[in-house]
Design a protein around this ligand. Structure first.
Ligand SMILES: NC(=O)c1ccc[n+]([C@@H]2O[C@H](COP(=O)([O-])OP(=O)(O)OC[C@H]3O[C@@H](n4cnc5c(N)ncnc54)[C@H](O)[C@@H]3O)[C@@H](O)[C@H]2O)c1
Ligand SMILES: [Zn+2]
Length: 256
């Protein structure tokens, strides 16, 4: 949150100052501090105002993670799992069995996650195609995050917790739409439920979440567009998904 807000303020104060990011949460290390997106929420809609502007430098010291609460570590892990799904089987296999207590291994995976994000951003800085894959699980994830934020009877979710649910849903939709392998969908679901508690969604929740999809920045001409996967590392952007399929995905999530 601090690198988004700090980057936004620095980029707009007196028409812009240079800034350096020093992330202290896992999520900020592997994702938010890299790539130059600086957005803030408006009301309860995610990232409605912002700029794309790269920091001069990102300075990471993993010792900060020694004091980070476990659920915050898991929240960052969601983005690392996402890097696995969008990038390669090799990284997915390594990251799904991550041992946070093994400092060397953990640091190597953090480094590799940053490399994956950096490589994607460098190839497609303006998010015309490849960079959209970094939004995997985020279309429904952001809507879930916003919905929980504005619902008094729901506990606020951490960004990674919402994205984790969004990735299970997107992977089910990927299987139904592009034949994403069923056994890999199970593997992803199993991995995500190992790190993240299952959230409950009733019919009214799902309806409200679907209504929030209209605020997604990736939409075009009033159509909600998803990033889906044909397989690990093999993506398809700008996919139109029916509401019916979204309901089926929530059924899959509930019954897994
Ligand atoms: N700009 C991007 O590209 C991008 C990418 C991914 C996520 N995000 C955004 O990032 C935000 C979430 O970021 P976050 O997970 O860092 O949340 P956060 O900044 O709210 O930090 C999480 C919590 O951890 C605490 N904390 C941070 N470092 C700590 C440390 N070393 N020890 C103990 N406590 C510590 C914070 O005080 C806070 O309570 C979301 O709003 C999401 O939209 C942005
Ligand atoms: Zn994210």
């Amino acid at each position: 949150m601090v690198t988004d807000l700090g980057g936004f303020v620095a980029s707009t104060f007196k028409r812009g100052l240079q800034f350096i990011n020093i992330p202290t949460s896992l999520l900020a290390m592997v994702d938010a501090s890299v790539g130059g997106k600086n957005g803030i929420d408006l009301g309860h809609i995610k990232n409605q105002i912002g700029v794309i502007n790269l920091p001069e430098m990102v300075l990471i010291d993993t010792d900060f993670l020694n004091t980070l609460p476990a659920e915050q570590i898991a929240s960052g892990l969601a983005e690392m799992l996402k890097h696995g799904i969008i990038h390669s089987n090799n990284y997915w296999e390594r990251v799904k069995n991550i041992a946070v207590s093994n400092k060397n291994e953990f640091e190597t995976l953090i480094w590799d996650s940053i490399e994956i994000k950096k490589e994607i951003v460098a190839k497609d800085p303006l998010e015309k195609n490849l960079r959209k894959t970094l939004n995997y699980g985020h279309t429904l994830g952001h809507a879930i995050e916003s919905y929980f934020l504005k619902s008094p009877d729901k506990k606020n979710l951490l960004h990674g917790e919402a994205v984790a649910a969004g990735m299970v849903l997107a992977t089910f939709i990927s299987m139904e739409t592009y034949g994403f392998p069923k056994e890999t969908l199970f593997d992803i679901s199993k991995t995500i439920f190992k790190y993240f508690p299952k959230q409950s969604f009733d019919k009214k929740d799902i309806e409200a979440i679907i209504n929030l999809l209209v605020f997604d920045k990736k939409n075009r001409n009033g159509q909600v567009l998803f990033v889906l996967m044909k397989d690990i590392g093999n993506y398809k952007i700008d996919c139109v998904v029916s509401n019916n399929l979204i309901y089926n995905a929530f059924d899959y999530y509930k019954n897994f």
